[in-house]
Design a protein around this ligand. Structure first.
Ligand SMILES: Nc1ncnc2c1ncn2[C@@H]1O[C@H](COP(=O)(O)OP(=O)(O)OP(=O)(O)O)[C@@H](O)[C@H]1O
Length: 826
């Protein structure tokens, strides 16, 4: 075991289960030198293995990744330059939710872990972590693997990756590792391989995904009150996986998003299409997993491997038989994407495979629920007269099953008890009896019965004879499976060349499932189709998760951000609705960018390339970071990564330090963000910050209104929340003190606090009152930015536009220096 890893594992108090051995890892030789910590994965359903490798020396920071889903035979390669926080690597890994991460042993050589190694092991404490000798990260081998394993329709990926050494090195180690743990190899030309840079999707860092409760609820991980939970009406595992990954990585291409939205619209308008499609889609099994097993060639023929291949052939037949009904459901569709899916189903290979399958498999063999039913289907899957020994073995099996039933009937007669023959995959055949309808002598079952269990009012037990018969039954079943397996393998080898059409099918099914799910959500709540422009405008939008949680519909609010007004400060007393409003905007933006309708009366979005949030949460006890340090880290991350196309949500900043310092930090951060054209929404309790609009005319102040209601006695005043956003900053003063009054603080302290607060407020306001000069600058700025926008929207040719904009800049820069800076890139 690599010392670095073992040291860490002891430190992390994780169980260290080593499987290390030397050797070159070739087939038949000693195992490759893999070192693994056997920490149980938190994600029981996780099935993705990821290999990560980083360049050395000058290439440090260049990261290659390769992942494969054991339930979906798709290899995803990526390579990118990351900064010193390795935010991209961590975000990508969080999205993949790996079962296991593998890295080179040199990443933790002699206890000297690289920064990337430490970051990954710290961030993914519940994920199994393994190291592999560096020699397996071999880019030449990686390229060979891809050439050999990639299905021909995806082979253009070779052009994309042939000079991307790090992702090729990662894939070499990954495939070697999978061969080792699965004891199987992938069939030649069977894998879907694709390259994903980090550009085609919007980036949402992992803490923003957590703040916004995109896929996991912060209080209870099983709670469905997340964006994923409210959008997930999918019927297949593939559809649900697709929805989840889309939420975490929304699209950035408006055209693609609009083609999805067209489909959702058609599904909403055509009820028959919606219901017929939903009915067919819900009959599909996990097509991706099916493909995964079909393309793996076991290195040893075990009964388990045989049984699973037969099951998968039955699933394959079931899946192929759904192609025609799916086509029929899509026949009259109108939108381009649905039409494209319809044409993809016209692929002749579906028919060819099904015909071949039917020459060997009985027509009435199908996927059924219940383990005994499925066992019978597997036994009789192959047509009679293909192998006479198989036919004999099946007759024997039937006789044994009949004998067991006869034997239990005889026992029932002998003891005059209502005995039933039952079956479970773990016990095989056994006896069951309803306790209420049985009369037992001495209240005891006859001594012949063993392994007695009673659950509620049902007894389960067996007898020595039944056990013996079960063994005979298993023996004949093994024979049947073995002979069937040989026939199935021959059949599969004949259909392999056509099997890649299933990649298209699984893609079609998961996408249709996700789009149906979006349409389904709209039938439950009144969502609207979003538009994509240069403006973020939401009319009467509401928080989609709050709508599900609360009994009444949330109070809707408007949002408006545009280039000339791209920074909104939001103020209001505690509990007035600021955080909810901020999260609602980010959630609507994500919903729009995945092709879903959004909770609003009207909505228009500017595509966001990155969505950042800094939302005040409790201290992170786990990482022992103080509130303040956590805030600083999060804000530093935003500053390092934000660009002109970002959406930035900041919910309070500078809380963990003194007020003056807090205001200072907020002010400096705002000024930096104001130098970008990003859309920023900033909620704060520091009312001093609202004065920044005097200097920066692209800043808008909004606040949440509250009302003051007198109690019936007229002695007390209470705050009533309206959750309604209004222009300007809040006029509410000392609401913290009002909250303190309700607490048990002594009245003398509250009185002192009020006096001191009033004094400081007067001083600050005097210093910051707007001068006539700043008011004039604001007016000039508004006029100039409006002129810029009008010119941009006009049909001026690029040269004339450039000259006109230059002229504007020259004319207004002297009167309003801020205009010169913010519109400097005219
Ligand atoms: N638009 C709305 N409609 C109905 N209820 C709302 C709305 N917005 C917020 N609420 C309710 O008010 C509660 C408090 O809202 P929120 O946490 O957003 O306030 P806040 O202003 O951020 O408070 P603080 O400043 O203390 O963080 C929410 O939990 C929610 O139940």
């Amino acid at each position: 075991m690599c010392r670095g890893v073992s040291a860490r594992l002891v430190h992390d108090t994780r169980t260290a289960g080593s499987t290390s051995a030397a050797g070159d890892g070739e087939r038949g030789s000693a195992r490759p030198a893999f070192t693994s910590s056997s920490a149980v994965s938190a994600h029981n359903t996780a099935s993705v293995i990821v290999a990560v490798v980083e360049g050395r020396g000058l290439a440090r920071g260049e990261v290659g990744m390769a992942s494969i889903d054991l339930k979906n035979p798709q290899v995803i390669l990526s390579q990118f330059a990351d900064n010193s926080t390795y935010a991209k690597v961590v975000t990508k890994l969080k999205i993949l939710t790996p079962l296991e991460i593998i890295m080179s042993n040199t990443a933790c050589d002699a206890g000297n872990a690289t920064k990337l190694f430490s970051l990954i092991t710290d961030n993914f404490k519940n994920v199994t972590f393994s190291t592999v000798q560096r020699k397996y990260f071999n880019e030449t081998k990686g390229l060979e693997h891809i050439e050999q394993l990639c299905a021909s329709e995806f082979s253009t990926v070779l052009m994309e990756v042939q000079s991307k050494y790090y992702c090729l090195a990662a894939v070499a180690a990954l495939l070697k590792y999978v061969e080792f743990i699965q004891n199987s190899v992938y069939a030649p030309k069977s894998l879907k391989v694709c390259f994903q840079g980090s550009e085609q999707t919007a980036m949402i860092d992992s803490s923003s995904a957590q703040n916004l409760e995109l896929v996991t609820n912060n209080r209870d991980s099983r709670n469905r009150h997340t964006l994923f939970g409210i959008l997930n009406y999918t019927k297949t595992p593939g559809g649900s996986r697709r929805l989840r990954s889309n939420i975490l990585e929304p699209l950035v291409d408006a055209e693609t998003i609009n083609t999805r939205l067209d489909c959702v619209q058609e599904l909403l308008q055509d009820e028959e299409l919606f219901f017929s499609l939903q009915e067919v889609i819900s009959r599909f099994l996990d097509t991706e997993q099916l493909l995964s097993v079909l393309v793996q060639l076991p290195k040893q023929d075990t009964v388990k491997a045989a049984e699973s291949k037969i099951t998968n052939l039955i699933y394959l037949k079931h899946t192929l038989e759904l192609v025609d009904p799916l086509k029929a459901a899509l026949r009259s569709c109108k939108t381009p994407l649905l039409k494209a899916y319809y044409s993809s189903l016209e692929d002749k290979r579906f028919g060819i495979i099904l015909e071949k399958v039917k020459t060997v498999i009985n027509d009435d063999t199908r996927y059924t629920k219940g383990c005994l039913n499925m066992r019978t289907q597997k036994c009789y899957a192959v047509r009679p007269n293909i192998n006479e020994f198989l036919d004999i073995a099946r007759r024997t099996y039937t006789e044994i099953v009949d004998d067991i039933a006869g034997m239990i009937a005889q026992l029932a007669e002998k003891y005059n008890l209502p005995l039933k023959t039952s079956f479970s995959s773990s016990r095989g055949f056994f006896i069951q009896m309803n306790a209420d309808s049985a009369v037992l002598s001495n209240g005891q079952l006859p001594s012949e019965f063993t392994k007695i269990m009673k659950i509620k009012n049902t007894y389960s037990f067996t007898s020595a004879d039944v056990i013996k018969m079960n063994e005979r039954c298993q023996e004949s079943l093994r024979e049947i499976y073995h002979m069937t397996y040989l026939i199935v393998c021959k059949l599969l080898s004949e259909v392999y060349e056509h099997i890649h059409c299933l990649y298209k099918l699984s893609d079609t099914v998961s996408m249709l499932d996700m789009l149906l799910s979006f349409a389904h959500t709209c039938t439950i709540s009144d969502y609207v189709r979003p538009e994509f422009t240069d403006t973020l405008a939401i009319k009467q939008g509401w928080h989609p998760i709050l709508e599900k949680i609360s009994l009444e519909k949330p109070i809707p609010n408007n949002t408006y951000l545009t280039e000339g007004s791209n920074f909104v400060i939001i103020t209001g007393p505690n509990m007035s609705g600021k955080s909810t409003y901020l999260k609602q905007i980010a959630l609507c933006q994500i919903m729009a960018q995945i092709g879903s309708y959004v909770p609003a009366d009207y909505s228009s979005f500017r595509i966001a390339e990155q969505i950042f949030t800094r939302i005040g949460m409790d201290d992170d006890i786990e990482t022992n970071a103080s509130t303040f340090m956590k805030e600083m880290k999060e804000i530093a991350y935003i500053i390092q990564n934000a660009n002109d196309r970002s959406l930035i949500i900041i919910d309070e900043l500078g809380r963990g330090t003194s007020t003056e310092e807090g205001i200072g930090i907020c002010y400096a951060v705002c000024e930096y963000l104001l130098s970008l054209k990003a859309f920023t929404l900033f909620a704060t309790h520091f009312l001093e910050l609202c004065q920044i609009d005097a200097l920066y005319p692209n800043v808008e102040n909004n606040h949440f209104e509250v009302q003051h209601v007198r109690s019936s006695t007229g002695n007390e005043e209470k705050i009533a929340y309206t959750y309604t956003l209004s222009k300007g900053h809040t006029e509410e003063k000392n609401y913290g003190l009002k909250a303190a009054e309700v607490s048990s603080l002594p009245p003398s302290i509250i009185l002192d606090a009020k006096n001191i607060t009033n004094h400081i407020t007067r001083q600050i306001l005097q210093r910051q009152r707007s001068t006539p000069e700043t008011l004039r600058q604001r007016a000039v700025y508004h006029l100039a930015t409006r002129l810029v926008q009008t010119a941009r929207n006009s049909r001026l040719d690029p040269d004339s536009l450039r000259i006109y904009l230059k002229g504007l800049k020259k004319k207004y820069e002297a009167d309003c220096p801020v205009f010169g800076q913010t519109e400097g890139q005219l």
